[in-house]
Design a protein around this ligand. Structure first.
Ligand code: GLC
Length: 685
């Protein structure tokens, strides 16, 4: 059951697809107060209450015990104290033996989630502007609640199948030659690869929708060549459009009046990578159409995937704020006396990026009327995603195009995926990535993953290996790193063969993982879940923070610590462990319920599978296009007939019907003849 409560004058955020009449009764369960113009909802938490949700945010799967703020931020340093990341996903589930309740705030402005921070026994959720729709969801299980939320907000985005291949990326690939070298190094070593991302270096002066004529002389031909090698190019597009006379996107945007304005009606400008930029007013439909059509030359050049970036939007500085900082410094120069002034001086410049005064000076005109940006800030990235996805659909309604974005808001999950932003090459960030995954799924973002190896800082060989072992299971499996950090393509390392073998497991599992993903998307369920969703009555499972359920019957438990020779895994029921070393080299170990020490050398990683759930492995290959998805080895621990529905399609169909695409497989109970009840069966489907 879903109930809707309206406060103030909410705008249409495009987050919800189900039209519900607002309730006339007051909001139950929560105590409502109105601080200033805001709305504050409080709820007493029982000691055993667990909170899931808030999508992309730091800390654990269980969000209890910290204060988060929904305010999409370009934030480079993700620590335990980081209250805001790039996205605002305002959905939270309260779960205890006596309560199961979903709370969704459809609010485009800032929202604070004090979840047992000020008082450990109370959740206090504050909408700062108070114009919002609140939805209460009540179902009889966590899984049903997740499904009901997805029905409210719409079906998750379906990427093309090739987007489940391994993707290599790095900020700094400056020419076609360099990209070709990266591809060659992979292909020569038989490291599977499906795509290479082009970061801002492919553009002329970092200007969107341009490519450097000297370094990328013939992008269509380059893209064609790559496709012959079963690879695709995935260029980046940033939110800002450089304000340069004669630059076509700027000229057409200005002529159409499609940019965000200042209060005086002039275009708002701020610096990002290309220098001074104007910012498309994505809240306007005509601006979205204009922007979505700008992708056309790239689509015509054969590009089938994009990543949208800097769309919080990130603002490095505005001229006004730089001038203000200089004025401050000049004023202080003569009277400079002590360390307090020193801090003040430092702040004058360090507070210039992503400055609140700048955000307050931006205006949108969704319906002709000006709306101040800070009231709707969290929609910006989502509406850029919408502009892009609509543009792709106009270009070719019959083909799925890859799109993942840095900034997002619930609703954007229908149009694209997200990557988890600028993480570091830290072990703690490996764990953070794992913990973020189920909450992103709960909020609808199924196509997601982190920068494998870490974006900032220098990766170590073992850390990259362990990141890849998590990446084998994440829908987006992309190795990405920042300029000036240690190069982290697999082939740079002495243990590249081990890493190649890890990626080969992804390819052996790809048809199966794709099937699990598509079934999750098409049935409005979750690809990754906290263990609580499958074992709500098992208090150990409910509190497990470093393992995830995957698809219908699997569980992952990656090694998250340096120099570990294994880890403890909690098995909530009897399972089969597949301990992988490569696509062809793995152990099948039946394990009974309980805590188990699993030894895992650096080249080993496990997948756990519930009984009577077959896992299908194909022979693998070097590109998703080269996989034989008819011949499989099914492995299964079983004590009765075991059935599986394998989802297959052409990888591009944008409107697939689940039932039409399922091939049903049954392993009869007597397939497993050995003592452990483990079957290995060759299938031709
Ligand atoms: C941002 C993105 C990162 C990208 C860089 C340069 O930091 O998050 O992925 O590499 O910009 O475009």
């Amino acid at each position: 059951m879903i109930r809707k409560y309206t406060f103030g004058q909410p705008m249409d955020t495009d987050a919800v697809v189900q039209a519900l009449p607002p309730e006339t009764e007051p909001l139950p369960y929560f105590t409502l107060t109105r601080p200033g113009q805001g709305i504050c909802l409080s709820l007493a938490l029982s000691p055993d209450e667990v909170l899931f949700g808030l999508g992309e945010s730091v800390r654990g799967m269980n969000k209890r015990g910290f204060r988060y703020r929904s305010w999409n931020s370009d934030v480079f340093n993700h620590t335990e104290s980081t209250e805001s990341l790039y996205a605002s996903h305002n959905f939270l589930v309260f779960f205890s033996p006596s309560r199961l309740l979903g709370l969704y705030l459809d609010d485009p402005g800032p929202v604070t989630w004090d979840l047992g921070y000020t008082r450990s026994d109370t959740a206090v959720i504050t909408s700062e502007f108070g114009d919002l729709n609140v939805y209460l969801l009540e179902e009889d299980s966590l899984a049903a609640l997740a499904r009901s939320f997805r029905r409210l907000t719409g079906r998750s985005y379906l990427p093309p199948r090739w987007a489940f291949g391994y993707i290599q990326s790095r900020w700094g690939y400056a020419s076609e030659q360099e990209v070709r070298t990266v591809v060659r190094e992979h292909r020569e070593r038989h490291i599977p690869l499906d795509a290479v991302c082009l970061d801002i270096d492919y553009m002329v002066d970092f200007k969107n929708f341009t490519w450097k004529p000297d370094a990328f002389p013939d992008l269509p031909a380059f893209s064609r060549d790559m496709k012959k090698e079963h690879l695709r190019l995935v260029p980046i597009i940033d939110a800002g459009i450089r304000t340069e006379e004669g630059y076509a996107p700027y000229e057409s945007g200005r002529a159409g009046g499609f940019f965000c304005r200042k209060e005086d009606g002039s275009d708002f400008t701020a610096a990002v990578w290309p220098g001074m930029c104007a910012f498309p007013d994505f809240l306007r439909e005509d601006a979205r159409i204009w922007f979505g059509d700008l992708y056309r030359p790239l689509l015509e050049a054969g590009i089938e995937g994009f990543w949208n970036d800097m769309n919080e939007p990130a603002l490095f500085y505005t001229d006004e704020n730089v001038q203000k900082a200089f004025r401050r410094v000049r004023e202080m120069q003569d009277g400079f006396v002590d360390y307090e002034q020193m801090w003040f001086l430092k702040d004058a410049f360090s507070s210039i990026a992503n400055n609140m005064d700048d955000y307050r000076s931006i205006f949108h005109r969704p319906d002709g009327q000006p709306v101040r940006h800070d009231r709707v800030h969290n929609l910006y990235g989502a509406f850029m995603t919408r502009a892009s996805a609509d543009g792709f659909r106009r270009f070719d309604p019959d083909r799925r195009i890859l799109l993942f974005s840095r900034s997002s808001f619930i609703g954007a999950h229908r149009n694209g995926g997200v990557w988890q932003g600028d993480n570091f090459s830290w072990w703690s960030h490996l764990k953070m990535a794992l913990q973020m995954l189920p909450n992103l799924n709960l909020c609808g973002f199924l196509y997601t993953g982190c920068d494998l190896g870490g974006f900032g800082c220098n990766v170590t060989e073992d850390l990259l290996e362990r990141f890849l072992q998590l990446g084998v299971f994440t829908p987006l499996m992309r190795n990405h790193s920042a300029l000036h950090t240690r190069e982290q393509e697999i082939y740079r390392f002495s243990s590249w063969e081990t890493m190649r073998d890890t990626v080969s497991v992804r390819y052996a599992l790809l048809p199966f993982l794709y099937s699990e993903f598509m079934k999750a998307a098409l049935t409005d369920s979750m690809y990754f879940r906290p263990l609580a969703f499958d074992y709500p009555a098992d208090s150990r499972a409910v509190r497990t923070e470093d393992q995830l359920m995957l698809g219908e019957g699997c569980m992952i438990a990656p090694v998250l610590e340096q120099n570990a020779a294994g880890r403890y895994v909690y098995l909530p029921e009897d399972m089969l462990m597949i301990r992988f070393r490569s696509a062809l080299d793995y152990d099948l170990v039946p394990l009974d319920r309980g805590d188990r020490w699993i030894s895992l050398r650096l080249n080993e990683f496990p997948l756990f599978v519930k009984k009577n759930h077959p896992v299908l492995l194909c022979a693998g290959g070097e590109s998703s296009e080269l996989l034989d998805d008819r011949r499989f080895t099914a492995v299964c621990r079983m004590d009765r007939d075991a059935a599986y529905g394998l989802y297959r399609d052409d990888g591009f169909d944008p409107r697939p019907v689940l039932e039409d695409r399922l091939t049903r497989v049954t392993l009869p109970a007597d397939t497993a003849r050995n003592a452990g009840g483990v079957a290995i069966s060759e299938l031709l489907l």
